[in-house]
Design a protein around this ligand. Structure first.
Ligand code: SF4
Length: 157
């Protein structure tokens, strides 16, 4: 039965963010799922070969996809590679869904920064979240734990 959940590694406390920090969430649900061995932590940007810390990156264009870091270096290939590897992990581990960090150019499920590095968000999704959703995985963010809980309840029935 596919009852594991892919999770952005930074949400579980791994210091894999671009600035070397984490995004640890304090949640009963997450602790329970972790204790049950059902969480599969992945950092798509590290999977794609980027280092930590790294320069922050934002999506510049979706069609064709172009992602640059704040030094205007093209990191599109690393983001694509990270998305593919993360998808492979989700399939291999039998994940039913994903809990991913909001607003990340990799992990964000419905909002991302607008590409100008001035802290402005716009509707859209990150490269990995996009890939997972395209393949049919429901993707929730850390502000949607209620929805994740409902989905898991259906899944566990
Ligand atoms: Fe977290 Fe995703 Fe960014 Fe990695 S790519 S640090 S998992 S938000």
């Amino acid at each position: 039965k596919n009852n594991k959940i892919l999770i952005s590694a930074c949400l579980l406390g791994s210091k894999v963010r671009y600035d070397g920090k984490d995004n640890l969430i304090d949640s009963e649900l997450i602790r329970r799922l972790e204790n049950e061995g059902r969480l599969v932590p992945v950092c798509p940007e590290m999977e794609g070969g980027l280092a930590t810390p790294r320069a922050p990156a934002e999506i510049q264009d979706k069609f064709p996809l172009r992602i640059t870091n704040i030094h205007d270096e093209d990191v599109t290939p690393q983001f694509l590679d990270g998305a593919e590897k993360t998808l492979e992990i989700a399939l291999r581990e039998g994940c039913c869904c994903a809990l991913m960090k909001s607003r990340s150019p990799s992990c964000g499920n419905h909002e991302v920064y607008d590409g100008h590095f001035n802290n402005t968000i716009k509707p859209g999704s990150g490269v990995t979240a996009d890939e997972l959703m395209r393949k049919g995985f429901p993707v929730y963010n850390e502000r949607q734990l209620d929805q994740l809980t409902e989905f898991m309840a259906l899944q566990d029935r």
